[in-house]
Design a protein around this ligand. Structure first.
Ligand code: UDP
Length: 477
């Protein structure tokens, strides 16, 4: 059961205690969260830890894809009626799972701790998705430190805290007339950027946020898939309001070649788009994708079609099956509308696409992975956030890092065509594009630097490794 890492530890200034070396991970069962946790698992494995992944049977990972890790299902009694009642309501589902998982999770954790005291690997730490707030009390009972993984930006942590505060102060929901106004305490976020997730019972949503906040403040540290140079201000703010150690060791995906990034998704990447991109001119094309969850209605789809066609810019567009509500895949279009103007696929090798020389811009929903993948390849963005923290990320893209244009929720053909034109630097906006390109290339260089020896994420991972080897003793920091 020992670990098999080829990592040279001599550079890590490791403490003498090396008998704690298993981490138990507990991902949230949604693709983006699961992928990030599995990437973290791989990073920690490369640092010399053995990895056990506890998971529920809802959207489970595929153990065969990750032969280096142990997988243990947590046997949640299948609450069919309750699950049906929250169908499609992610927040309600997370709230429900935080209740139904308590007993089986405690049992699984106790079993693993039992194996450990019977001569197995010593358990250094439990690392759960930040949303599994119930696990803090169990970790305390069982006597194991718990850290949390925040799979998105640090900025979204302060935005979620702001939602809680504003709600407590009776300021939510805000009248429609004020949604464009900036909120001074979280500027440049506007009211419409708050990560409020639609759910059938808003009271439960606010309770969930408060529970997550409380459990995070009580945990042994926070690991983030971000990097310090990108979020210095938000990091300082978050450190003040959540006084626990923060380890920004991202962007995770840059630590893996694009072909070997651990993923939990089911859709096959359509490689035809690379051959198609090979035929386009340098920086001529816009890549369009709204991630793995978001869906749009038929009207939006048709506006996107007209907007893309009217922009005159070649496009590569990912339309996931089922992502246009009420349709299996594409909506039938008038003949000739898009022919010869672009290429549509069901799922793309996104990282390869963004790194392709023909791609000049990315129209995105600003999921955190897509946002960092674009920054890492120096690609400016057109932002159409759909929900949750995507809105926070999009505002940072346009107003803080200034590496993109925000569509401000307008999915009209004219706004789309104008936005694409500006982003691609049509005759009236070439200076705007030039400046955006300078800024995004500057961020790209910072990412490259943060992962190299001596860089911020590199050093953070060294610290995290020592901290975990010491079973989270603060004096080891
Ligand atoms: N992705 C991909 N191919 C696609 C569309 C998306 O590989 O055609 C990947 C993308 O590279 C990213 C992830 O799916 O790593 C989407 O994550 P993100 O956080 O951006 O959004 P979410 O899917 O969670 O809304």
């Amino acid at each position: 059961m020992g670990t098999t890492s080829s990592q040279d530890f001599s550079t890590l200034n490791q403490p003498n205690i090396i008998n704690y070396h298993k981490v138990i991970l507990f991902p949230l069962p949604f693709q983006g969260h699961m992928n990030s946790m599995l990437q973290l698992a791989q990073i920690l494995h490369s640092q010399g830890f053995s990895v056990t992944v506890l998971h529920i049977r809802y959207n489970p990972p595929r153990p065969s894809d990750h032969p280096g890790f142990d997988f243990h299902p947590v046997d949640v009694p299948s609450p069919v009626a309750e699950l049906e009642a929250v169908e499609g309501d992610t927040m309600a589902l997370i709230s429900l799972l935080n209740v139904t998982c308590v007993v089986p999770f405690r049992e699984s954790l106790e079993n693993l701790m039992g194996e450990s005291s019977d001569g197995g690997d010593h358990v250094a730490c439990l690392i759960t998705d930040i949303c599994w707030h119930f696990t803090q009390a169990i970790a305390d009972e069982v006597g194991i430190p718990r850290m949390v993984l925040r799979t998105t930006s640090i900025g979204s942590i302060s935005a979620f805290s702001a939602v809680s505060r504003l709600q407590k102060n009776g300021l939510l929901p805000l009248p429609e007339s004020q949604i464009e106004e900036v909120i001074p305490e979280v500027a440049p976020l506007r009211w419409k950027d708050l990560p409020i997730v639609p759910t059938r019972n808003p009271k439960d949503f606010f309770r969930l946020l408060a529970d997550i906040d409380r459990a995070t403040k009580a945990c042994a540290g926070l690991i983030s898939n971000s990097f310090e140079e990108l979020e210095e201000v938000k990091l300082a703010e978050s450190r003040r309001s959540i006084p626990i150690p923060f380890f920004l060791i991202g962007p995770f995906h840059k630590r893996f070649p694009s072909s070997s990034t651990p993923v939990a998704g089911k859709l096959l990447q359509d490689q035809s788009c690379i051959a198609w991109l090979d035929k386009q001119s340098p920086k001529s094309t816009i890549y369009v994708s709204f991630g793995s969850i978001a869906s749009i209605d038929e009207r939006d789809f048709l506006e996107i079609v007209r907007g893309l066609a009217n922009s005159g810019v070649p496009f590569l567009w990912v339309v996931r099956p089922g992502s246009v509500r009420g349709h299996e895949w594409l909506v039938t279009l008038p003949p000739g509308l898009l022919e010869g103007k672009g290429h549509i696929v069901k799922w793309a090798p996104q990282r390869e696409v963004l790194a392709h020389p023909s791609v000049g811009a990315f129209w995105t929903h600003n999921g955190w992975n897509s946002t960092t993948e674009a920054i890492c390849e120096g690609v400016p963005m057109l932002s159409s956030p759909m929900f949750g923290d995507q809105r926070v990320n999009a505002r940072h893209v346009s107003d803080v890092w200034r590496v993109g244009i925000h569509l401000e929720g307008l999915l009209g053909r004219d706004e789309i065509a104008n936005g694409i034109g500006r982003l691609m630097g049509d005759s009236s906006s070439s200076k705007e594009r030039e400046e955006m390109m300078k800024r995004v290339m500057d961020l790209k260089m910072k990412v490259d630097g943060c992962l190299k020896p001596g860089g911020s994420s590199y050093k953070s991972l060294q610290k995290l490794t020592c901290y975990l080897f010491s079973s989270c003793q603060p004096e080891k920091l």
